[in-house]
Design a protein around this ligand. Structure first.
Ligand code: CTP
Ligand code: MG
Length: 230
C-alpha cells in the first residue's frame, strides 16, 4: 500500500529560540529537516512528499533538497499562520492517492516499521495515528490544586505520523475550514466527523524537536543508531 506524505515545515521555532526556523539546525552535521526528509526519501512505500514552507525560505530549502539528493518532493506550498493551515495548503494541491500521512518535519526519528503499521491501519480503518503510553502519573489540576488522579491506562501521548484514507482527510479538512475549527492535530478533525481513529503504538524516540534539550536527546538517538548499525 503506497502513500504520500505532507510535512509541515513552515513554523518559526519560537520555543527553540534559535532566531530562525529550528528545522535548519543541525543534528550531527545534518539539518533536522533533511533527517526527516531522508526517512521518506528512503521509504519504498512513499511515492511523494508535500512540503509546506514559508515562501521566504522556499529557495533556501530547494537548494538543500538538491544538495542532499531529496527527489521525492512534489511541491512546496506556502505554509499558513497555524500548522493546520500549512497542512491544508498541501492537501489543496494533492490529487487522489490511497493513503495520506501527515508528519511533523520536526520529528526526524520516525521509523519505517511504524510508518508501515500506520499505513496498514489507515487502509483497514480509515484513520490511524502514532502514540505512546503515558509514563508518568497523570493528575488533573485546577487552580494549582489536584482535582483527580487520572487512570493512566487510558492515556496516550500522541505523535505524528497520522495516516488517513484520502477521502476522509479531505472531508475532515473541508468541514473544519468551513466552520473555522482549529485542531491541534489532524485526528481531531476526523474525530469531529464521528469517525473512529485507531492508535498505532510508536516509540519514545519519535520526539518532536521543540526546545534546546531536545537537540541533546536527538544527537544521542543518532549516535545510538549509528552504533547499532556498526
Ligand atoms: N508548522 C507549520 N506551520 C505553522 C506552524 C508549524 O508548518 N504555522 C510546522 C513546524 O515547522 C513543525 C511542525 O509544524 O515541523 C510542528 O510544529 P512545532 O513543533 O510547534 O514547530 P514550530 O511551530 O516551528 O515551533 P514553535 O511552536 O516553538 O514556534
Ligand atoms: Mg508551533
Amino acid at each position: 500500500m503506497q502513500y504520500e506524505v505532507v510535512l509541515p515545515a513552515a513554523g518559526s521555532g519560537k520555543r527553540m529560540g534559535a532566531g530562525h526556523n529550528k528545522l535548519f539546525l543541525k543534528l550531527l552535521e545534518k539539518p533536522i529537516l533533511i533527517h526527516t526528509l531522508e526517512v521518506f526519501q528512503q521509504d519504498t512505500l512513499c511515492t511523494g512528499i508535500w512540503l509546506a514552507v514559508k515562501p521566504e525560505e522556499r529557495l533556501y530549502i530547494q537548494t538543500m533538497l538538491q544538495e542532499y539528493g531529496i527527489t521525492k518532493v512534489k511541491s512546496l506550498p506556502a505554509g499558513g499562520v497555524e500548522r493546520q493551515h500549512s497542512v491544508h495548503s498541501c492537501m489543496k494541491e494533492m490529487e487522489q492517492v490511497d493513503i495520506v500521512l501527515v508528519h511533523d518535519a520536526a520529528r526526524p526519528f520516525i521509523t519505517h516499521d511504524i510508518i508501515a503499521n500506520l499505513v496498514q491501519s489507515a487502509h483497514t480503518y480509515g484513520a490511524a495515528i502514532a502514540g505512546v503510553r503515558a509514563k508518568d502519573t497523570m493528575k488533573k489540576v485546577r487552580n494549582g490544586v489536584i482535582e483527580e488522579t487520572v487512570d493512566r491506562d487510558s492515556l496516550w501521548m500522541i505523535q505524528t505520523p497520522q495516516a488517513f484514507q484520502y477521502d476522509l482527510i479531505v472531508e475532515a479538512e473541508d468541514v473544519a475550514e468551513k466552520v473555522g475549527f482549529l485542531g491541534t492535530d489532524e485526528a481531531m478533525l476526523v474525530e469531529r466527523l464521528g469517525h473512529a481513529v485507531h492508535i498505532v503504538e510508536s516509540n519514545y524516540e519519535n520526539v518532536k524537536i521543540t526546545t534546546q534539550e531536545d537537540l541533546i536527546f536527538g544527537e544521542a538517538i543518532l549516535r545510538k543508531r549509528a552504533l547499532d548499525l556498526a
